[in-house]
Ligand binder design. Structure first.
Ligand code: ADP
Ligand code: MG
Length: 437
């Protein structure tokens, strides 16, 4: 056994005795806050801070995926340093200025800065005073936003995101990525079912992008045989617009469309990172929900799509290789996405007869993450559904997996479904009580 595998064995063995010190999701931002900030376009941002903590917050925001297209530089020295700098060089799209001085001094410094600001440059101020008069004066001077120190990276990202994303004219769809810890673990199946459920429940348009170009099953799973699809978009992403997108999508139901894979082996599919990003961006500009059915490969583009997604769903079957791979993916996501929710982990094909398994509890303790859902192995239901080109709920709404898939979909979209209350078996007792009262 390799060292790595041996270590994993230790992890699993230890897991049973470990006491988790960080509750799952404890380090990451809460759901609500992550919803607040959206990806920001390719703008240049220069910050001139006075305090170390603000500089760190700006730096943390700059490293976030939502600002990954922007160019951010962080300097110290506050407004005086900015004024000196812009005497020599042109101003960027956005200047972030920190000033801890009094109201009068802050306003005087800003007036000085204004003399060197090019038209079109926006200014966000980080101050240490919380008062209405100051706020009014800042607005008068055209300051876009006033944040009170200490600031959190997400506060800054939210302000910048609001400045550059107009929610009325520039809708940005959510992107949910689905990946398997190994091949064949049911990631695509879960992606398709969850996507179908979301489109039905939210009554909102959703596109599944099948990125398994050579072997994808999205077409098969929805009983479609499209001629064109995602490969055409990826080969000339610069041509992709609303009209072409409409032509390349295959409609499966009122709200669900698929961006199908060609599944032709004569072609080569060496995807470019930029092409993938552009295609996803165009889709998300036009559709409120995009799910990415990622194949189990590790390339520059698959990594980028995974790291850029709003939510990530990892599917694993309960064995050691899956545990190790899931751990690697989760660790990478934790490292690079400090302001995001943890990924969602689905354990699939559990309770397969006679197969030894690593339990959900061991997964949770080894990975320091809560298992979002567990789906039992059910060859009959899943086999029938995929042979028919149907979703599980369409085939059999009473199947155990149907309600679990629903829960997964709702969790990923941070929605709660209003469920009809279960009728109590003791209904007549309740009635009796009511009568007495
Ligand atoms: N819980 C389950 N029980 C039985 N079969 C399943 C289950 N989940 C998925 N499958 C089947 O496993 C096969 C592989 O699933 P797929 O979604 O293509 O995996 P992946 O995308 O991870 O490669 C499919 O035939 C699917 O119907
Ligand atoms: Mg797949």
């Amino acid at each position: 056994m390799s060292n790595e595998a041996a270590n994993m064995h230790d992890d699993v063995a230890l897991a049973g005795r470990q006491v988790a010190t960080v509750p799952a999701g404890g380090e990451s931002a809460s759901d609500g806050s992550v919803e607040r900030a959206r990806p920001v376009p390719r703008i240049s941002i220069q910050a001139f801070c006075e305090t170390e903590s603000s500089a760190q917050a700006v730096q943390a925001a700059a490293e976030d995926r939502r600002l990954s297209k922007t160019h951010v530089s962080v300097h110290m020295g506050g407004t005086p340093a900015a004024v000196a700098h812009y005497q020599e060089s042109p101003t960027p799209n956005l200047i972030v200025i920190e000033c801890s001085a009094t109201r009068e001094q802050l306003l005087a410094e800003l007036d000085m800065l204004a003399e060197h600001c090019d038209a079109g440059t926006k200014v966000v101020v980080i101050g240490h005073i919380n008062e209405v008069i100051l706020y009014r004066e800042l607005l008068k001077r055209g300051v876009s936003e006033y944040l009170i120190a200490p600031i959190a990276p997400l506060d800054l990202m939210e302000s910048i995101s609001n400045l550059y994303n107009d929610p009325t004219s520039d809708p940005v769809g959510k992107v949910y990525a689905f990946i398997g810890a190994k091949g064949g673990v049911g990631s695509s199946t879960i992606c398709h079912n969850a996507s179908w459920i979301l489109s039905e429940v939210l009554q909102s348009d959703l596109v599944i992008a099948d990125l398994d170009l050579a072997f994808g099953t999205t077409g098969l799973d929805f009983n479609q045989d499209p001629v064109q699809g995602i490969a055409e978009a990826l080969s000339s992403p610069e041509r992709l617009d609303e009209v072409l997108l409409d032509r390349l999508l295959t409609k499966c139901s009122e709200h669900l469309s698929i961006f199908a894979a060609p599944v032709i082996l004569e072609r080569d599919y060496d995807l470019q990172v930029d092409a993938c990003e552009t295609v996803v961006d165009v889709v998300r500009q036009n559709v409120p929900y995009v799910t990415l059915d990622l194949p189990h490969v590790w390339t520059a583009w698959s990594k980028r799509l995974l790291l850029q997604a709003d939510e990530v769903v990892i599917t694993a079957v309960p064995d050691l290789a899956n545990l190790r791979n899931a751990k690697n993916i989760i660790d990478l996501l934790k490292q690079t996405r400090k302001n995001d929710n943890r990924p969602h982990l689905v354990l699939n094909m559990t309770k397969m007869p006679k197969r030894p398994e690593i339990t959900a509890r061991d997964f949770e303790q080894a990975l320091d993450i809560k298992v979002t859902a567990e789906i039992e192995f059910d060859a009959e239901t899943f086999g029938q559904a995929s042979n028919n080109g149907q979703m599980i709920e369409e085939l059999n709404p009473k199947a155990k997996a149907a309600s679990i898939l629903r829960d997964i979909a709702m969790t990923v979209a941070h929605r709660q479904e209003a469920r009809p209350e279960k009728k109590s078996a003791l209904g007549f007792l309740d009635k009796l009580k009511l009568k007495r009262a």
